[in-house]
Ligand binder design. Sequence first.
Ligand code: SF4
Ligand code: SF4
Length: 173
Amino acid sequence: MKDGLLRRVLKRIARACYAFDLRVTRWLRRERGGPRYRLAGACNGCGRCCETPVIPVSAPVFHVRTLRRLVLAWHRWVNGFEPVGEDRRMRLLVFRCTHYDPVSRQCDAYDSRPGMCRDYPRNLLDSPLPEFFPECGYRAVQRGAEGFREALARTDLPPEKLAELTRKLHLDE
Ligand code: SF4
Ligand code: SF4
């Protein structure tokens, strides 16, 4: 169901906060020499990332019941995210998005989608080992990949080992 006026306003405010936080975090990361990867490829509209949106949360939100309830209520009521699971080790909350139509693979609130949906999959580049969905048209490329590829080409590794290292080290352009 499309968002009404109130939800659109709330989402716009949340998006502005999210964008500010992201800008500051990434500026700090750049100052420290990161990120290690850049994004290549393009979205092919497979919809895989909308099937089970995942949100990392802080330890207090994950473990303190009242805080968790507030966060879940926000995501349910404002973003249309229904909780379906969690990953305790990584402190991730897993959702089903009520805006996603699995048949058409479309978002019915695309104009007012949250900041995390707009940023995806750039956020994966912050991970030491970015993992994309196999269907995703994007990929992470290691900065300086060309130099690594040239160095690998000078070794006498068998082709299959070379291909495996190229994939695991994110050296494919
Ligand atoms: S709000 Fe839209 S873009 Fe975000 S997860 Fe749901 S369907 Fe996907
Ligand atoms: S998984 Fe990747 S290619 Fe598929 S819709 Fe999401 S961003 Fe686009």
